[in-house]
Design a protein around this ligand. Structure first.
Ligand code: MV4
Length: 508
């Protein structure tokens, strides 16, 4: 087993990895930028190395500096977390060239899944269902339009180098196609330095259901069931849950088997996630594979009772998977809510700044994965997610009640958060019914955003109480006056002055 691991990340995921390392008796090295000198992951690691100024392009994305930090501290392996260098095949190659173990898949698997048309080709070959569409990128707009006509509008034009919702364009009719195609190519070139695009059938109101898979270096590959991730805003997941309210046992088993087939097709090693779109008729289509540990992995950990980071480290050190498919018995219901430093009333603008007060929820089956502490200043330079709240309960109704209860305990002062917005989503009838899709937040955005923190309701309550108090006081005074006659109508000051003049008390 490794004796020392460098965590090439920051925030809650760096803290998450450090915690498992501590439990395994593995020493940890944090890396940090100038903006993160006082960050929680730096405090929690055994050692910390500065890797550059605040911009991630000059710190957390600098392969040379990360490798140098590993060299000077004697780390034997690198855990990349998510984002940053986690899905860069050249980084994996550089780690291996430096004699370091990369805790993740082989570079070839990352590259194959990173190119969306290559991934589609490989999946078709392996018998994995994909959204009907092109197997090769098409540079010629007229040929692409011909293809779109053959599968029927609406279609989606996607960048081969895209993913995660970046570089996509819906086209509803033949008339719009030429302009949209040219714009998609331009955007792909500008966004990814690669102008290759392809055309797919557009699926209406799909659900986003993903399957967690895990493979070791000995040919074992299993799945850990699904996560329902359709509650998204602009391709950012907001709430995830497992089980998915729409899967039945048969669909769950078939999707799990397909995800394992997808992973095997690229000789996958480690933790990975296959994303699927599920249409209204419960057909499912492979969309892309995320070749890393994901933000929402705790949903699977709570439902399956496992530590996925421990599995990652064990697999990277050459150990076999600790469980077989039949050993996994998912139980109950898990939900995750992402707590972001952002202002729902200001179009979700990031709200960095100093956390002056922090109360985290607690109680049974209530987990917080956080990268912040009271007095910490949330920097502007990075993602606005400051914590994840994950709950488990025997069923969905109890899990929702538990999440609402936990959110009601959560207090963050000094910065604005989306906690009120999360409460409103959980209380929405469409979420409660379980019958929601990826268009939920866009369709219901206005209802959910208004007064995201319940601020107006609180102000109104106080105002009405003060008003009622004044009315009661005035009425009491009028009754008193009527009972005692005109003399009692004098003000209290005048009354006290009178009593003092008479030597019978009053103000001294
Ligand atoms: C689609 C689609 C409809 N039809 N592809 C967005 C994220 C990226 N992974 C793929 N995405 C989509 N691809 C076809 N052919 C709709 C989406 C989509 C979506 C997918 C998952 C979760 C949320 C979404 C929100 C809007 C659009």
């Amino acid at each position: 087993m490794f004796r020392k691991i460098l965590v090439a990340n920051r925030g809650e995921i760096a803290v998450r990895v450090i915690r498992t390392c501590r439990e395994m008796g593995i020493r940890t090295v944090a890396v940090y930028s100038d903006a993160d000198r006082g960050a929680l992951h730096v405090r929690m690691a055994d050692e910390a190395v500065r890797v550059g100024p605040a911009p991630s392009s000059e710190s957390y994305l600098r392969i040379d500096r990360i490798l140098e930090a590993a060299r000077v501290t004697g780390a034997e392996a690198i855990h990349p977390g998510y984002g940053f260098l986690s899905e860069r095949a050249p980084f994996v190659e550089a780690c291996e060239a430096a004699g370091l173990a990369f805790i993740g898949p082989r570079p070839a698997a990352i590259s194959a899944m990173g190119d969306k048309t290559e991934a589609r080709r490989r999946m078709i070959e392996a018998g994995v269902p994909v959204v009907p569409g092109m197997e090769q990128p098409e540079a010629d707009g007229q040929k692409a339009k011909e293809f779109a006509r053959s599968i029927g509008f609406p279609v989606m034009i996607k960048a081969a180098a895209g993913g995660g919702g970046r570089g996509m364009r819906r086209v509803d009719s033949e008339e719009e196609f030429d302009a949209a195609f040219a714009a998609a190519q331009r955007e792909a070139l500008a966004g990814f330095g690669d102008d290759r695009v392809y055309v797919e059938k557009f699926l209406e109101k799909p659900r986003h259901v993903e399957i967690q898979i895990f493979a070791d270096q000995h040919g074992n590959c299993i799945h850990l069931f699904e996560r329902e991730c359709s509650v998204q805003r602009r391709h950012q997941k907001v709430i995830e849950e497992s089980p998915s309210p729409i899967l039945d046992e048969d669909l769950r088993r078939r999707m799990g088997e397909v995800a394992v087939r997808a992973a095997r097709a690229v000789d996958y090693v480690g933790a990975g996630t296959c994303e699927f779109l599920v249409d209204a008729n419960r057909n499912f289509y492979f969309l892309e594979m995320n070749t890393r540990l994901q933000v929402e992995h705790p949903v699977t950990e709570l439902r399956c009772g496992v530590d996925l980071v421990r599995w990652q480290i064990e697999v990277a050190s050459g150990l076999p998977l600790p469980m077989q498919q039949e050993d996994l018995v998912p139980k109950g219901h898990a939900i995750e809510a992402r707590i972001n430093a952002e202002d729902p009333a200001r179009n979700f603008m990031p709200s960095p700044g100093k956390i002056t007060y922090l109360r985290l929820p607690g109680g049974p089956n209530t987990r917080i994965d956080s990268g912040v502490y009271p007095g910490y200043t949330v920097p502007m330079a990075y993602d606005s997610m400051i914590a994840k709240l994950i709950v488990w309960a025997p069923d969905r109704v109890q899990a929702i009640a538990r999440m609402k209860r936990a959110l009601s305990e959560f207090v963050v002062k000094g910065i604005t958060t989306n906690i009120g917005y999360l409460k409103q989503i959980l209380a929405h009838p469409e979420f409660e019914s379980g019958d929601y899709d990826t268009t939920f937040l866009a369709r219901r955005g206005d209802e959910l955003r208004a007064d995201g923190n319940g601020e107006l309701a609180r102000v109104a309550l106080v105002a009405s109480a003060v008003y009622q108090f004044q009315i009661d006081k005035n009425r009491a005074r009028r009754l008193e006056m009527a009972a005692q006659g005109a003399s009692a109508a004098r003000s209290r000051w005048a009354e006290m002055g009178r009593l003092r003049a008479l030597g019978r008390g009053g103000v001294r």
